[in-house]
Design a protein around this ligand. Sequence first.
Ligand SMILES: C[S@@+](CC[C@H](N)C(=O)[O-])C[C@H]1O[C@@H](n2cnc3c(N)ncnc32)[C@H](O)[C@@H]1O
Length: 285
Amino acid sequence: MPTSMCAGSNPLLANLSGYSSLLGVWSSISGGAWKKGLPVKSLYQYELLISLVKEFGFFLAQEFFWWNPARLPTPAEWVTVRRIRVKDAVNTIWWLAKTPYPKASNKRVLQPYSESMRTLLKNGYKPKRRPSGHDISDKFGRDNGGAIPPNLIALANTESNSAYHRYCKEHGIPEHPAKYPVLLPAFFIQMLTDPGDMVVDPFGGSLATGEAAELLERRWVCIEKDPEYIRGGLGRFEYANPDEQRRLFSRQRDPYKIFAPNLIPTRSLEPLSEDGGSNGRRKKV
Ligand SMILES: C[S@@+](CC[C@H](N)C(=O)[O-])C[C@H]1O[C@@H](n2cnc3c(N)ncnc32)[C@H](O)[C@@H]1O
């Protein structure tokens, strides 16, 4: 059985039990994860997850969080108008599998070492017991070609000069409103499949998964109900540019930065509103 996967956001996943890994991307890109008109989140993704595990026999291999550092402060009403929630900048990705051991290797998705780790590798490391009680052996100082990534994928959704973008612009095709950056499916394709394996995305949209699979020499199938999105997605292949594709996987990208919490003192701020913001006024548009 080839290792395959799909990216999507509804129970069609349950019909794809023949594949060894399934990925469900629950995105708030299009704002769907919030209850309409309320500052509370929908539990749909958790209900679906529990049903897939309990009723359909999947295992939750791991959950991932895709953080989009370029995400605008949304939902605007709760975040920028009433100021009662923070930016919803993380999407959840469930990695499900039919066995507890789907094929996978984190060696495929190593990240560049941090500055401090590079210094340590250069100067050597003395094995010792950490304050946490963990014994760090001399293997810690070995260069493994990169660091094991966390399950937080930091990736801006700002491919504004891609083949897809240029093609849509030139052909007057509207861009997909919820397209993913190609490096997102590429991460999972690298970690969970081998060249030649089949990658299936039943919610293909702008064919970002197809492009990632093509670049990584996997076979792929994308299914999409809106022909206009497919028409735009074909530009990814028609306007493909090898230099651009090489740059996509280049190490030259700057890492993203996120601050520790509570770095700005709050003592002079007004007290919290007892009504939780329910009487806040909507901004006139
Ligand atoms: C979040 S978007 C996927 C975006 C895609 N990953 C990309 O990067 O462009 C979900 C897509 O699923 C499509 N879709 C929803 N229900 C579908 C169905 N039953 N069959 C096929 N496509 C469907 C929608 O039209 C939409 O384009």
